[in-house]
Design a protein around this ligand. Sequence first.
Ligand code: ADP
Length: 253
Amino acid sequence: MNTKEQPDVILKAEDIHKSYGETKILDGISFEVERGECIIIAGPSGTGKSTLLRCINHLVPPETGRIWFNGKEVARKNVNEIRQKMSMVFQDFALFDHLTVLSNVTIGLIKGKNMDKIAAREIASEKLTDVGLDRWMNVYPGELSGGQKQRVGIARALAMEPELILFDEPTSALDPELIGEVLEIMKKLAQRQMTMMVVTHEMGFARSAGDRMFFMEGGKILESGPITQMFSNPREKRTGEFLHKLEELYGKG
Ligand code: ADP
């Protein structure tokens, strides 16, 4: 968490609205994130958590509302520039099955950052080593476990040298025994002060790595606050009920 007196706001959202057809998905979302914070986004399924992350990086442009990243407004015209500093890790990994692990990580550097192949390989192999996959660089994703695939997804995100990483339920497609290896890497990133926004049901991770939580319901942030307070003394009864239910289902970590 940022401990300086002046808040160093990396991301600001103001009154974001998004509908699909007649259905309102995001209904006036506003927040600020400080550099170095790990924000946990929790809430019932279908409440717009994933849509919110997608609006932040303009994978899904919001209908109304504004988002600023490093003081610059996120808009269609600068979305490529913004995404070079804002990576996303997906629930289903989103790897290219026909490319090796190494190429899955280098492709964004070569195509997105116009880096030459040798430099891209150097960065990719460093990031894959960071996530414990140095021996797996030349295999294809089909040969990996789900946990390893997601670690490739994280290495790919890190290779862009992002200032913010958006994690969209990064462990929910994994078998229970593979969840821990991914959460451990995410915890280390949080300890290294990487700014992260994480949609997750893993409340053990939230308690140990999160700084603040946004609790979403019905397309709104019903409540936000420091993690410990959200568990021990939530303002809304609904927040406490939901979080304790998640702890019963997923464990306290
Ligand atoms: P959460 O992440 O909280 O589970 P989502 O943001 O994934 O919620 O989805 C919120 C709602 O929006 C859900 O009802 C979902 O079915 C709907 N939705 C998400 N993406 C689309 C889409 N591309 N087209 C239509 N409806 C969508």
